[in-house]
Each structure stands twice: as structure tokens, then as C-alpha cells.
Design a protein around this ligand. Structure first.
Ligand code: NAI
Length: 243
């Protein structure tokens, strides 16, 4: 199997890339800062806000692997604030990375995925890293939540558009995951330990999700075991949404 993971040089994306690699896949890590790409993967420097950079990055991966079966659109950024706090520029930046980044990645990859699906039906997929913010109202996350709501709808629309091509499209909805991103957020809090405790308490399991637990869900969605699974959002959120 050959895979490409955007934002695969840190946190959830790095865990996904490592897990797919450990499962025997050749993995390209497309990241604006690919230095942290896991060993044994192909680091590709590209910013998902550039259509040209993504096209070149996907072409580089396909030139190396000769084929592409799995795309994981994971690169994303956050924004803190209510609708009164964030400027239009901040909104557009979040939507550009979190939503259009996935559109550009899919546009570049789909011709290759279509070709692969003709050879290996059921084994070709796109998986997006969405968020529980798509379905739960979280305070101080207006732009981020709106972007992830768009990711959920985009996932469903793409699943419908490409099901007849043999390409499955799904997303994972993580709760709060212990990654460098969350570490940065906690670092900015007045009382980081209290903030971490509040995040842990928000999830019924009483702890943060690990990046590898999200990676396991993505690996399943990308595997032939999920051949009947498309147009779904798999929550990995410690029960936050359902309980
Ligand atoms: P992270 O900040 O640890 O890693 C993000 C990676 O994406 C970094 O390697 C970064 O260089 C890359 N990236 C960011 N903007 C990029 C761009 N424009 N072009 C190319 N690469 C870019 O973040 P984390 O926590 O691993 O988040 C990954 C994804 O998971 C994001 O889509 C985020 O919204 C989502 N998520 C994270 C949660 C969490 O609690 N950490 C919860 C739910 C979803």
C-alpha cells in the first residue's frame, strides 16, 4: 500500500504516518515543516494553502511509489475566540488550511486514487482528520468549529461523489488529543495544570485521547477491513459526544 499524510510531521499526523508505515505501507509525509516526519517515511515539504505545492508534493510521492492508495488529509490549525474576537483574515486563514487544504489535496490525488481503485477495489480511500468540534458546541472555537463542520460535510459530499470510482471517503472526529498543539495551548493558559484537568474532565473517560488511538482509527478506515465503510465520521473522543 502507498499512502500520503498531510500534516504528518507532528502529533496525530505523525502517529498516523508511523502506524501506516508499521502496517507495511510506503508513506509520504506532506508538511509545511517536514523535519518531524517519522523515520522510514518520505518527507515532502509543501504547504496545503498552495495548490501548486500540493500538486508537486503528490507528484513526488507518486513518482517515488508508482501508485497511491490512501490519502489522509490531516493538516490543520486552530483559532481561539468567539465571532467577536476573530478578524476576517483569521477566519479565512483557518478555512484556507482546514477546508481548502483538503480540497486541494483531494484534487491532486484523485486521478491517482481512481487508477489504483481500478486495480484494488475496497482498498482505496481518503480519510480526513475532522474534530468533535464539528458536532459539539465548544466555547471559544467559532472559526475552528465552523471549519470542522465544513470538513464533515465535505467528507460526506466527497463520499457520494467518488463511491462509484471505488474510492471511500471518511473522517475521524477526535476529542482532545495529547499532541504538541494541545501542549502549546496549555502553555498559554494562566494555570496549565488546571486547564489540562478541565480538558480531561470534559471527556467521560477522564483522560485525553492519545495520537496513536486516533491513528488506529484512521488505519482501520484505510484498510480493506473497512471496504464497506464510506461517508462516516468515527468519533475517537473518550465518549465526549455520545455520553
Ligand atoms: P500539530 O500542530 O501537532 O500538527 C499539525 C501538523 O500540521 C504540523 O506538522 C504542521 O506543520 C502541519 N501543518 C499545519 N499547517 C499546515 C499547512 N498549511 N500546510 C502543511 N502542513 C501544515 O496538531 P495535531 O494536534 O496533531 O492536529 C492535527 C489535526 O488533528 C488537525 O487537523 C486538528 O484540527 C485535528 N484535531 C486535533 C485535536 C487535538 O486535540 N490535538 C482534536 C481534534 C482534531
Amino acid at each position: 500500500m502507498a499512502a500520503l499524510v498531510t500534516g504528518g510531521a507532528s502529533g496525530i499526523g505523525a502517529a498516523i504516518a508511523a502506524r501506516l508505515r508499521d502496517g507495511g505501507a510506503r508513506v509520504a509525509v506532506l508538511d509545511r515543516d517536514p523535519a518531524g516526519a517519522p523515520a522510514g517515511t518520505l518527507p515532502v515539504k509543501a504547504d496545503v494553502t498552495s495548490d501548486e505545492a500540493i500538486r508537486n508534493g503528490v507528484a513526488e510521492a507518486v513518482a517515488e511509489f508508482g501508485v497511491l492508495h490512501t490519502v489522509v488529509g490531516n493538516a490543520g490549525i486552530g483559532a481561539i475566540g468567539t465571532v467577536e474576537d476573530n478578524s476576517d483574515e483569521e477566519w479565512l486563514r483557518v478555512l484556507d488550511v482546514n477546508v481548502l487544504g483538503l480540497v486541494r489535496t483531494a484534487r491532486a490525488a484523485l486521478p491517482h486514487l481512481r487508477a489504483a481503485a481500478a486495480e484494488r477495489p475496497g482498498s482505496v480511500s481518503i480519510t480526513h482528520t475532522c474534530s468533535i468540534a464539528a458536532t459539539a458546541g465548544l466555547p471559544q472555537r467559532a472559526a475552528y468549529s465552523a471549519s470542522k463542520g465544513a470538513v464533515l460535510s465535505l467528507t460526506l459530499a466527497m463520499a457520494a461523489d467518488h463511491v462509484r470510482d471505488g474510492i471511500r471517503v471518511n473522517c475521524v472526529n477526535p476529542g482532545t488529543v495529547d499532541t504538541p498543539w494541545v501542549g502549546r495551548l496549555l502553555g498559554q493558559a494562566a494555570d496549565p495544570a488546571a486547564e489540562r484537568a478541565a480538558l480531561e474532565a470534559r471527556q467521560p473517560t477522564g483522560r485525553l485521547v492519545s495520537a496513536d488511538e486516533v491513528a488506529a482509527a484512521v488505519a482501520y478506515l484505510a484498510s480493506p477491513a473497512a471496504a464497506a465503510v464510506t461517508g462516516t465520521a468515527l468519533a475517537v473522543d473518550g465518549g465526549m459526544q455520545g455520553l
